[in-house]
Design a protein around this ligand. Structure first.
Ligand SMILES: Cc1ncc(COP(=O)(O)O)c(C=O)c1O
Length: 436
């Protein structure tokens, strides 16, 4: 094993041996190379005469550039977007995101978290989580309704094993914490380590836990950690902030898990993708919370994460990071975000009011939803894929079918005026299929 990896492992073991044990084989082997990168960084500070270290091209004192590129980007110096960003991400952006994490999650106060490391979107964060903490056959506990891409990352790429709990009770009245607890405790009996992904607001259902439910979920995970199971608790907060109802928990469950037990590592995956409506920017973050007060452990995890990035995509888009940083520094940033929040909230509430109409009752059930971009319905007596294709071919209407019974609607891209029309079309389509 590389000596730098060994050094990082010693640091982690010295601070908390449980965290070291939880790392995957790849996680243990990862390190951030000194070589060219650190020599370039040193030269940047000290080589004031000639600096021939960096793998970019320069002209005079600036980065060499083509006008056919730079003419499209005004207001930003080419040095701030054409050159490489560090593998860790731009330092100012990492600091700003961290400051905002504490603002957005007030109960993180007095808890220590790492500096966020910049990822190329949240999918990339999920993939880093998988590389660093999941070995072949490791168990990942997930709801039976989940974002399909987890399967690709955890199972296809890293040979993990997903074990499901039931997302909701049969009557679709609430999140099924009982099923969660049953599966978690069962898996804790059978395995030394379990990985759990908590995704709220949830894709596809659009559900976020109430404060009471979040307390219970956190308590269950902390309890099994107390009793000896290693817990990797990842919070996929892709849709963070889009909470539309009073009783919904407004903070990430990361706050409750952070530092709660020495056998628990809390990992926050979030980003600008959906929070700031920049899907194509590919700017996400991965942040760690562990028990104890030791900065060196968090720094070692940051370095392993940056090594994971270095060996895969090297670094994330500099242009996207620079624009995001500028946007976050804009005096109207919060007001702009609030305006779009209100727009999405109006759409979600409109869905709720339209769906109260009893005419839909014998055609489909509505899953609980209160946040995010999506909601789902459960069809009573027609097949979801048949309905999807029928609506597309006969009504020019596109929805997502999931399994035999569920249809996902993205209200995030639906004008308020179209909500009623959409569900009337769905009902018509169901009635067409019923007639055969
Ligand atoms: C739950 C969840 N996590 C992660 C992502 C991916 O986000 P990104 O586009 O930043 O990779 C999505 C997007 O569809 C999602 O629904």
């Amino acid at each position: 094993m590389n000596p730098i990896a060994q050094e990082l492992n010693q640091t982690i073991k010295g601070s908390n041996p449980h965290i070291f044990e939880m790392l995957s084989d790849m996680g243990k082997a990862l390190f951030f190379p000194k070589g060219i990168l650190s020599q370039s960084a040193e030269a940047k500070l000290k080589a004031d005469k000639i600096n021939a270290t960096i793998g970019i091209a320069k002209e005079g004192n600036a980065v060499l550039s083509l006008p056919s590129i730079t003419r499209y980007i005004t207001g930003i110096d080419p040095d701030d977007y054409l050159s490489y960003a560090p593998s860790f991400g731009i330092a100012e952006l990492r600091n700003k995101w961290k400051t905002d994490l504490y603002k957005k999650n007030p109960s993180l106060k007095n808890k220590k978290v790492s500096l966020p490391v910049v990822t190329s979107g949240i999918t990339h964060g999920v993939s880093i989580l998988s590389d660093m903490w999941i070995d072949t056959n490791d168990v990942i506990v997930m709801p039976d309704m989940m974002w399909g891409n987890y399967n690709m990352t955890f199972c296809v790429r890293n040979s993990g094993r997903i074990v499901h709990y039931k997302t909701f009770d049969d009557g679709l009245t609430h999140f099924n914490v009982d099923s969660f607890e049953h599966v978690i405790r069962q898996q804790a009996k059978e395995n030394d380590k379990i990985v759990v992904v908590l995704n709220f607001p949830h894709n596809p259902s659009g559900y976020t836990l109430s404060e009471r439910e979040a307390d219970r979920v956190a308590h269950i995970l902390i309890d099994i950690a107390h009793q000896g199971t290693h817990v990797v608790a990842a919070c996929d907060d892709a849709y963070f902030g889009l909470f539309f109802e009073a009783e919904t928990s407004k903070e990430s469950i990361f706050s409750k898990l952070c530092g709660a037990d020495e056998r628990l590592v809390a990992i926050k995956l979030d980003g600008a993708t959906k929070e700031d409506y920049v899907w194509g920017f590919r700017t996400g973050f991965i942040t760690y919370g562990v028990s104890g007060d030791d900065d060196t452990l968090l720094e070692a995890l940051e370095k392993k994460t940056a090594g994971c990035i270095r060996g895969n995509i090297s670094n994330s888009s500099h242009l996207s990071q620079t624009i995001l940083l500028k946007s976050m520094a804009d005096e109207n940033y919060d007001a702009y975000k609030q305006e779009k929040f209100e727009l999405l909230k109006r759409r979600a509430l409109k869905m709720k009011s339209v769906l109260k109409n009893p005419k839909f009752k014998d055609a489909f059930d509505v899953y609980p939803f209160n946040s995010g971009y999506f909601m789902c319905i459960r069809l009573k007596d027609v097949n979801a894929e048949d309905l999807r294709v029928h609506l597309l071919e006969n009504y020019g209407t596109g929805l997502i079918s999931i399994g035999d019974k569920n249809i996902r609607v993205a209200f995030s891209c639906l004008e308020e005026n179209d909500v009623e029309t959409l569900f009337d079309i769905v009902l018509n389509g169901i009635n067409d299929l019923r007639k055969g």
